[in-house]
Write a protein that binds this ligand. Sequence first.
Ligand code: ARG
Length: 583
Amino acid sequence: MNSFIEKEEKFIKEIIKECGYDTEEVVLNVSSRPEFGDYQYNGVMALAKTYSKNPREIATEIVDKIKVMNRYKDINIAGPGFINITFSDEQLIKHINELNENININYHNENPKTIFLDYGGANVAKALHVGHLRSANIGEALKRLANALGNKTMADAHLGDWGRPIGLVMLEIKKRNPELPYFDENFNGEYPKESPVTNEDLMILYPYASNKAKEDESYMEEAREITAKFQDGDKGLMALWEHIMYVSKNDIKRIYDRLNTTFEIWEGESDGNNYIPELTDYLKEKQLVEESQGALVINVKEENDDHEVPPLLLIKSNGSASYETTDLACIWERMKKWKPDEIWYLTDARQSLHFEQVFRAAQKAKIVKEDTKLEFIPFGTMNGSDGKPFKTRDGGVMTLEALLDLAYEECEKKVLPNITGEERKEIAEKVAIAAVKYADLIPFRLTDYNFDPIKFSDLQGKTGPYLLYSTIRMKSLLNKAEEAGIKYSKMSQIKDDSDRNVIIGILNLRSVLNKAINTKSLNDITDYLYKETNLYNNFYSQNRILIEEDKELQESWLLLTKVIYDNNVKLLDILGIEIPNRM
Ligand code: ARG
């Protein structure tokens, strides 16, 4: 199964071969000069070089051969030897009918992989903040894209559930409620079923304890002690840990749910940590572990390094494991349990050295297979509307929830006045999430951008709400046709450029999907969706579909509408955007 353009590329490659030339691949590009054709082939220059011939001569041979076959409406040569192709109406109509049968023809994959994704990383007992937004959005969309392209995917929430933040919270609980049984070493009874803290408590306890530890060294020391104690498996503290985990995880889930961000696996750093003893033994056996100032390290420097790559700190001098070790242990676990071909990590760019060390150690120690791909997928920052790091009005850290609420407030104003009550809230929420997610995926992954809820929620322009509004309108047209008893099951006619351009636009989808999965950036998809939707809206405004008298033409237009609608639904779903029934 090949996409429309891929089939044409194959065909042209065959013809070029018949003309006596050999070429690795033929690539057709969207024409930069639509007045000459829909697509163009620019490979003749390279052929001319290889065969020391005049490009125009080669182009003429190819074009003459194709012309007599009547495959295209037009094929011509421009400039020194660019070949322009204008597809025939029959070809285009046939393609739309094929898409109607199977909207997935652009998603085929001859070489599916098992891909494990790591784009959660929320820290237990701390609020999700704006920094978690992009990993959640980009990671989720990449998972859905990889999945739509026939790969097997799974994502782990990889909660930060084992470090000092939890120790800090435990210490502060102890200070406030020393009488709780979790802190009594002689307690032998059953620990309470109810958590002593709510998530709201945690949101107060953590910032309080974290600030205090910064000012008060003895408090910090106590936090270190209690952290080491729970990591060592202290019974009472483990019981308290379970409570904190439960309460906090529920809240983290709730916010990821709001963002349509899903994880198949809800593990955390603590799960990887279970494997540290066997991992350490393995590494020692491989003689990769060295002692350095009382700590255990793995040397990961390479000969041709153009920057300093320090040794990976495996076990600190106080006996505890590092962040690097946790990630290495998680790779160990993942290879053992899920055997992925690739593992994709999404965090902001500041963690690049961390992952470089971890990946090198994993490869050096053969924890992964030679052809296992470990990929770090960093992204740029989302800033406040002033271009500076995002803060609340009083200068605090903006939580992810507060940020989504800002978008909600703007989008709520855009919902139709006659929609009220619960439905209004649900719709406003969907529109808000679409606004935030779409805006987040517009810039190239590594590019920074500014949060601007007013711009993001605009019903006009390149925004999530515009796409939702347009897609809902397509659906409502189809519904009205159905209500009027108008049947449509195939396309048979193209009227003019207004409908033809919509079809030409759709031909590009496969190459857009390829680019997105290769660059691991969704910007080409957001762009494509916007352009294709604009082409459709232009067609929609130029024709009166429901009162068209030529029944065959009307049927053709309705079918085209359905294909564009299905295509939009699928692409919005890949971006993690839900479409309300109305708005
Ligand atoms: N919890 C970490 C943080 O907040 C992010 C985890 C990213 N994933 C990973 N496998 N290290 O910085």
